[in-house]
Design a binder for this molecule. Structure first.
Ligand code: F1X
Length: 302
């Protein structure tokens, strides 16, 4: 069973405009939606939609926290949140004339007692895998993620920005930087797929059994110590890319839960991610045909 941990959840507001963004001008939206978000929360929603046993934990507070609880309950996602005093953030994606703008808050301050309560929530679930995803709100540090990773007998998967990945100190089953984060974490040249694969492979020595780098339209690479695998992206109509990395990670972890090997897990991740980017925001799509879709993803050794 998987527990996802989101220290900094968000209500994701996605607003669409039919004209380019312009300063000093009231922009009138043509469409808008709100979704429960934050990286671990997205993963929990996608895993639940793929019928994989999973519980989402983390900290929520205020009216946005209530929205997240309600939204996840409506989607049938099991949760074990810790309620905090502050207000969970509201992050905005503005889609205007083919351009994607992403505006993220820093989130409410988390106290040490909140961290202890979260670790306790994780322990209560007795998970095989814990997935920690997203930024750290004020009050928390990278060392707190190491605390989670070492607090029990579980594998920990981590999805954080590059600088944070570099500062982690425990042993992790997997990290999943995007291209920019991989470059930031390693300082390597990530301008080509081969460069990303080399950087992912060398970054394993920093405490990761596997590194998967999500490369947007270029697909994804996976380094596990024996293989360097590359999966091409599927050719789909992209509405926006918010949550694409979370979807990739969900597909990978879901396949591992089924006992699949890394190559199949990577193909599944790319298929799940392709399905998500065809929708606005982090709304949960149907994954009913995901096995058929993954047959279209090619993986090769680099
Ligand atoms: O600010 P963070 O925690 O790095 O990222 C948060 C976030 O941008 O990531 C998700 C998509 O991956 C969204 O649901 C959410 O708004």
């Amino acid at each position: 069973m998987i527990v996802t941990l989101t220290f900094n959840p968000a209500v994701d507001q996605t607003i669409q405009f039919d004209e380019p963004m312009a300063p000093d001008h009231v922009m009138r939206a043509s469409d808008a939606r709100f979704d429960a978000g934050g990286k671990g929360i997205n993963v929990a929603q996608f895993l639940t939609a793929m019928a994989k046993p999973c519980v989402a934990t983390g900290v929520v507070g205020g009216f946005t926290g209530t929205f997240i609880r309600d939204d996840m309950r409506a989607d049938g996602v099991e949760t074990a949140f810790v309620e905090v005093d502050g207000t969970t953030r509201l992050n905005t994606t503005a889609l205007a004339d083919g351009v994607e703008y992403k505006l993220n808050h820093d989130g409410p301050t988390i106290e040490e007692s909140d961290l202890d309560a979260v670790v306790e929530r994780v322990r209560e679930q007795d998970p095989d895998r814990v997935l920690v995803g997203g930024s750290l709100p004020p009050g928390l540090s990278v060392a707190d993620v190491d605390t989670v990773a070492t607090a029990g007998d579980w594998e920990t998967v981590v999805d954080m920005e590059g600088k944070a990945l570099r500062e982690l100190d425990a042993q992790y089953a997997l990290c999943k930087p995007n291209r920019e984060e991989l470059g930031e974490a390693t300082g390597d040249d990530v301008s080509t797929v081969e460069g990303c694969a080399r950087a992912a492979d060398s970054f394993r020595s920093r405490g990761f059994d596997r590194v998967i780098a999500s490369l947007g339209g270029d697909g994804a690479v996976l380094a596990n110590g024996s293989d360097l695998l590359y999966a091409e992206a599927l050719d789909v109509d992209v509405v926006d890319t918010v949550g694409a990395g979370d979807a990739l990670l969900s597909g990978v972890v879901a396949a591992w839960e089924d006992g699949e090997d890394d190559a199949t897990a990577l193909r599944n991740g790319v298929a799940v991610s392709s399905r998500l980017v065809e929708r606005a925001g982090t709304a949960v799509p149907s994954f009913d045909d995901i096995e058929a879709l993954r047959e279209r993803v090619t993986v090769r050794e680099l």
